[in-house]
Design a protein around this ligand. Structure first.
Ligand SMILES: Cc1cc2nc3c(=O)[nH]c(=O)nc-3n(C[C@H](O)[C@H](O)[C@H](O)COP(=O)(O)OP(=O)(O)OC[C@H]3O[C@@H](n4cnc5c(N)ncnc54)[C@H](O)[C@@H]3O)c2cc1C
Length: 420
């Protein structure tokens, strides 16, 4: 048995040598790009990250991560650090992580020489005879080359242009939803007269076209507020916003209070403690992409499927993308010659899954804003929300990965394991 295992590991080792020839470039060092880099590195795939900003940065204070994604982070051995630095205990369950802690936990696993800051991608093109290199052009006039380019450059992805073959912004649509975000130290809230304890779990206040989610961060020392306001009369994509309009802007505390004054004194007192609220215009990828992949270029995370945040699952979907990409590219049988076929299968398994979550996010927002099928009574909301997260959290990624490998075997891209 031991001998057999050694023989097999020898075969895998020689296949692995072939795989090591594939150089991957990730454009964008947000949570999805970094997760993908960590996952690829663990599977022995050389990877470089090109990030537009001068350093890695948070998009918000906190991030909900469901069990589907915490399982992946656990496998990558970053979950413990996320939990520790978020001052949140618990095993691989759903968590509310500090965004900064999440980034720190990932960055620890990446070497400095793998990261290139101030590199804003403006295009990706195939250059030279087969097997050609992909050349990434940056706004500073420099270039980098790779065998595979993964676009993790968020909603306004430049890499998406290379996949679509057209304007990457043509699929960036206003979701008719804005949100206000703010942080309140628990001490400040108590001193102001807030009576409810927000230390244990998220609490959602619901009203017509609006809802407000309140959850603890840093072990309950901070309260994170996300207040949504939406127009359900319009269809997504009906209204487009000026391309250069910033999606995040500061607002006056009075504007926030005015929007939610009908929510009662507890909420008004809590919102009154927010010193510097910000307003977020939520854009999404719509209409959905017909493919996440073109040749050896693939999209992941918000670049592929930016969605409404109502299931708290956007980053989680990107984490799933990252894991599937790394498993497939890192498979001992993936080579420079067949990696295009492998990425096609990535698209085939990830696109329907992420789109289902995208649609669930719309539905969840409608329910929370009083437009669910059972109305906005407490019973109606309970009924509509029952089991809402099951398909997101209880997802079995391994089954999909196994199906992807089977498909590659059926297409004679991979040699069936029974014959290796
Ligand atoms: C209000 C709100 C609440 C949310 N809450 C949750 C939640 O609780 N749970 C959850 O799972 N998701 C949540 N999301 C969604 C989540 O924020 C996103 O899905 C996630 O940040 C996407 O990660 P990403 O790495 O794909 O993109 P981003 O986080 O946008 O990162 C993209 C990176 O690429 C860089 N970049 C951009 N353009 C270029 C370029 N041309 N060249 C090089 N680099 C580039 C950027 O600087 C950035 O570092 C929420 C979103 C919002 C708006």
């Amino acid at each position: 048995m031991l001998q057999e295992r050694h023989a097999l590991s020898g075969i895998y080792q020689s296949l692995y040598e072939l795989r090591k020839n594939i150089e991957v470039a990730i454009v964008g060092g947000g949570v999805c790009g970094l997760t993908c880099a960590v996952a690829l590195k663990r599977r022995g795939v050389p990877v470089q990250i090109y990030e537009a900003a001068a350093h890695f940065g948070e998009v918000g204070a906190g991030l909900g991560i469901g069990t589907n994604a915490t399982r992946i982070l656990d496998n990558l051995e970053v979950l413990d650090d996320v939990l520790k630095n978020s001052e949140q205990g618990g095993g691989s369950k759903s968590i509310h992580a500090s965004w900064a802690a999440f980034l720190d936990a990932l960055v620890q696993h990446i070497d400095k020489d793998q990261v290139h800051f101030n590199k804003r991608c403006i295009g990706v093109a195939e250059v030279g005879p087969k097997p050609s290199k992909l050349v990434i052009t940056f706004s500073d006039g420099t270039h980098a080359s790779a065998d595979v380019v993964l676009g993790a450059d968020g909603l306004k992805s430049a890499v998406r242009g290379a996949v679509l073959g057209t304007d990457p912004f043509s699929v960036v649509s206003f979701s008719n939803t804005v949100c206000y975000r703010g942080l309140v130290p628990m001490e400040v809230a108590k001193a102001a007269g807030v009576t409810r304890s927000y230390t244990e779990r998220p609490i959602c206040y619901v009203g017509e076209d609006k809802h407000l989610i309140v959850y603890p961060l840093m072990g309950g020392k901070l309260i994170n507020l996300v207040a949504f306001s939406a127009n359900y009369e319009a269809a997504i994509g009906e209204q487009s916003l000026p391309r250069d309009e910033p999606s995040v802007m500061p607002v006056l505390p009075d504007q926030l209070l005015d929007e939610y004054k009908a929510f009662g004194s507890e909420v008004v007192t809590l919102l009154g403690c927010v010193k510097q609220p910000s307003k977020w215009v939520i854009n999404v990828v719509y209409p959905p992409l017909q493919s996440y992949v073109k040749g050896r270029i693939a999209l992941l995370g918000d670049a592929a499927h930016a969605m409404l945040p109502h299931l708290g699952a956007g980053a989680g979907q990107g984490i799933e993308d990252a894991e599937v990409l790394s498993i497939l590219i890192g498979n001992p049988q993936t080579t420079l010659e067949n990696v295009e076929e492998v990425l096609k299968v990535y698209d085939e398994i990830r696109r329907p899954r992420a789109q289902k979550v995208w649609e669930g996010s719309v539905e969840s927002g409608r329910i929370a804003s009083g437009h669910g099928p059972s109305g906005n009574s407490v019973e109606g909301l309970r009924k509509d929300f029952t089991g809402m997260w099951d398909f997101v959290w209880k997802y079995d990624l391994n089954t999909d990965v196994q199906a992807a490998v089977r498909t590659l075997e059926e297409r004679c891209v991979f040699v069936p394991r029974s014959r290796v």
